[in-house]
Ligand binder design. Sequence first.
Ligand SMILES: Cc1cc2nc3c(=O)[nH]c(=O)nc-3n(C[C@H](O)[C@H](O)[C@H](O)COP(=O)(O)OP(=O)(O)OC[C@H]3O[C@@H](n4cnc5c(N)ncnc54)[C@H](O)[C@@H]3O)c2cc1C
Length: 397
Amino acid sequence: MTGLKVIIVGAGIGGLAAANALARGGIDVTVLEQARALGEVGAGVQLGPNATRVLASMDLLQPMLDRAVVPEAQIAFSFDDGRELRRVAFADKLKQTFGFPYLHMYRPDLLDVLAKGFGGDLRLGAAVAAVEEEPGRVGARLASGEVVWGDVLVGADGIHSVIRRMLHGDVPARFSGYMAWRGLCPGDAGRAMRTPVVSANWWGPGAHFVHYYVAGGRYLNWVGVTPHDGSAVESWTAKGDIVQALRDYGGWHYRVADIIKATPRAMKWALHDRDPLPFWSKGRVTLLGDAAHPMLPFMAQGAAQSIEDGFVLRRCLEAADDVPAALKRYERNRLERTAWVQSGSRKNEHLFHLADAAAVAARNARMQGEVDANPEAVQPDQSRLFGYDPVYDSLQD
Ligand SMILES: Cc1cc2nc3c(=O)[nH]c(=O)nc-3n(C[C@H](O)[C@H](O)[C@H](O)COP(=O)(O)OP(=O)(O)OC[C@H]3O[C@@H](n4cnc5c(N)ncnc54)[C@H](O)[C@@H]3O)c2cc1C
């Protein structure tokens, strides 16, 4: 289809990645963002080859690499004695196998590269309150009363999506029972502690802790996931709460405590997800990113899946001459894969937070055994996750 105008609601990673994909396909795009300034949480994000190959196809990989950190390996450590439980050769192996790198990015950098790469019609302070439908067109009604019309409307407005609510009703997201501490330790402090340039996962009873460098090494980003009663709100918290984070990791290896202590402030984040939706598209309206498939961060794939979504959407719109049929095809090509990642992330919720000592020992032995048995191989789930190519793999009709 040519001459299409697409309205994207939300300028997060998903909305802006889709704007890049669609605009490069010659589609006229307007992005409506409620916030008055573009912004992302000051934290890290991991992007696997399934996402970086899409960025490469849009000439955005090099600007990302200029600000990224590429990890040497993925290492699992034991929470109490700091023993290496499993080391997977990572960056080189993934690049050799899948052709594209695994990146650690600082989120504001990622968003900045996407915003500059789009460079099109991005309206800030434009909160969408409702969707208007007329024969042959669809409109986004702003809180101001203005209606912005187009041929397609994409809800990329996050886990609490207004557009999803219009399609599926007001169902609250599921609270997982966990919250995430997120912090940025100065990179120099990380290096002084000899923290390696890897993706590090510390697994302890009932909790886990992840760290990796971002922003070319300026920060050592960390995420600590601990059980919680659900009262946590998404907010930056005062330095005093570093004490609380340290308390949550009492009894863990001193390296974990040292990283937390060297961090000026931390952020609390309640972790929610949803069950897969039965459909994403209706008429000229569809969903993308967390609006469509919010997931727990335990496969580090929410943003990556939203980047995949945008490119598949472009291919479906390019190939069809009927908007509702193109959006249904997009949904058919995305629902099963994103539901698989949603459910895999829930399985890891269990695996990462085992509390029983015997179950923890069995898990650790099994995981190391898999690597020892075949140290050169990528794991089967990694092949399915990172081997998918939204740019060139054939799409279902
Ligand atoms: C602790 C943690 C760690 C994570 N780590 C990773 C990782 O390593 N790798 C990975 O791939 N993913 C990771 N994720 C998931 C990832 O952050 C999300 O999946 C991704 O950011 C979702 O992007 P999005 O654009 O769909 O939604 P959002 O980032 O939520 O963006 C939605 C945008 O829509 C705007 N908006 C909302 N309502 C309206 C409205 N009515 N009108 C206009 N605008 C509106 C919002 O202001 C916002 O800008 C992690 C998540 C968490 C919580």
